[in-house]
Design a protein around this ligand. Structure first.
Ligand SMILES: Cc1ncc(COP(=O)(O)O)c(C=O)c1O
Length: 449
């Protein structure tokens, strides 16, 4: 394997680390400059490559639109490709979503969703609605506002002195990590009451609640209890608090439904999307907005107070349209459900008998593995072991590009891995993932003695 130190990049995972040089992608496979092949298990970083690498149709659409028109003056013009794409996005969205807006990625999508919620309340004459409720162990982006509303301690704590101290956080819902001796029902009750308490303690202050329908990198595909979102939604409705579903990872078929929130009754008012929306072929994110919200803005007469250079540009719209063609014509939403169920079954078969694996979880092609030191007590690995990073490194030796992460137990401790490969994965490739992860875990356990 050839490794090179990076000399020109501002930051990299580790300054002294060397990396294989990836020169090409083919479907669900990445190829390095030595011809070594890696299965794209995390779906780039992460859950991006829904349609796989090297899709000719999307590459052609990108090249064609670049020749025709990449960007235009948005304060003077609209363009047919953007209008058509927005209509397509609204048709792809759950019922009742009638407006779309595109940006450059997930962070911008979430940030704009927060702004939109704020503007919604301002339009209703409520200038005190300036706070957002986020959840611990959730990631919503890397700008200051999205880090603040997010609850990924490892990423936000360095910048916390820069936060305005407005936002509120409640616990995420991860049944595997509920307190010992608590039933799943009691756990759900506890989280709902925690949420109600926060809301009632801040009357007329909260603009919106934001959550990932299934928590991605922060929890390793943490699926909530069945009734959680419906019960949270009824509290939000009672107080006219908007619900923002962060569908950056879970959208566009990843979980086996078009959007992750559709598994739980689609209570959201705004969907913030990115990643799979373009499959990585262009930086793209989107807001999809429920009619009841867009109507309030329209009635106020004010436009949405937003807009950046790459908002709503033809080039991104053409790529997004081609990606949606592939997703719909190749049945990738349905495929995520079936191949995802197959992959989950294979992971359970190959990993659950290992003494270092506590749970395999997730929906569709949005799966996770939690690593423990003791399966019976769910004792996590000590931080200094960096267990998930060891598995990540060992998996690379077995030809798997994975994402090991930390914090699933209590925001800080606990090791997990997010598994979000392209939705075009074959059963043979799913077998390779399950076998390779088993081998990687065995390597790590052998090295730890
Ligand atoms: C759930 C979620 N929201 C938002 C973001 C931020 O998206 P981006 O990295 O495209 O800015 C991410 C990125 O991983 C994410 O997983």
């Amino acid at each position: 394997m050839s490794y090179r130190v990076l000399n020109s990049q501002l930051i990299c995972a580790k300054y002294e680390q060397t990396y294989p040089m990836i020169v090409r992608g083919e479907g669900a496979v990445l190829v390095d400059d030595q011809g070594r092949r890696y299965l794209d298990v995390s779906g780039a970083t992460a859950a991006v490559t829904h349609i796989g690498h090297g899709n000719e149709r999307v590459a052609q659409a990108l090249a064609d639109q670049a020749r025709i028109l990449a960007v235009h003056t948005t304060h003077l013009f609209h363009s047919p490709v953007v209008e058509a794409y927005f209509e397509r996005l609204c048709a792809f969205a759950p019922d009742g979503f009638d407006r779309a807006w595109t940006v450059s990625g997930g962070t911008e999508a979430v940030e704009n969703a927060l702004k939109l919620a704020y503007q919604y309340h301002r339009a209703k004459g409520r200038s005190t609605r300036r706070r957002f409720i986020g959840r611990w162990s959730s990631y919503h982006g890397n700008s200051l506002a999205t880090l603040d509303v997010g609850g990924l301690v490892g990423r936000r704590s360095f910048y916390s002195d820069l936060f305005p101290d407005l936002n509120l956080h409640v616990g995420s819902c991860l049944p595997y990590r509920r307190p010992a001796n608590m039933t799943v029902e009691a756990y759900e009750d506890h989280l709902v009451e925690e949420f109600r308490t926060v809301v009632e303690a801040h009357p007329d202050e909260i603009a919106a609640f934001i959550a990932e329908p299934v928590v991605g990198s922060a929890l390793g595909a943490g699926v909530p209890t069945d009734g959680y979102f419906a019960r949270i939604a009824s509290i939000c409705r009672a107080h006219d608090i908007l619900m923002i579903a962060d569908e950056v990872m879970t959208g566009f078929g990843r979980t086996g439904r078009r959007f992750g929130c559709q598994h739980f009754g689609t209570h959201a008012d705004v969907l913030a999307c990115a990643k799979g929306i373009s499959g990585g072929y262009i930086p793209l994110g989107a807001l999809l907005v429920r009619d009841s919200v867009s109507e309030v803005l329209r009635n106020s007469g004010d436009p949405f107070f937003s807009g950046q250079t790459y908002s709503c540009i033809p080039l991104a719209a053409a790529v997004g349209m081609a990606v949606m063609d592939v997703i719909e014509e190749d049945g990738l939403v349905e495929r995520a459900a079936t191949i995802g169920a197959y992959l989950k079954g294979r992971l359970e078969e190959r990993l659950l008998d290992l003494p270092c694996v506590g749970e395999v979880r997730g929906l569709g092609m949005f799966l996770g593995v939690e690593f423990v030191q003791d399966v019976a007590t769910k004792e996590p690995w000590p931080d200094e072991i960096r267990f998930s990073k060891r598995v990540e490194a060992a998996a690379l030796n077995h030809g798997l590009a994975t994402l090991g992460a930390r914090g699933c137990v209590d925001r800080v401790h606990g090791d997990h891995m997010l598994i979000a490969p392209p939705l075009i994965l074959t059963e043979a490739q799913a077998d390779t993932i399950a076998d390779g992860l088993r081998a990687a875990c065995e390597d790590v356990m052998a090295a730890l003695g």
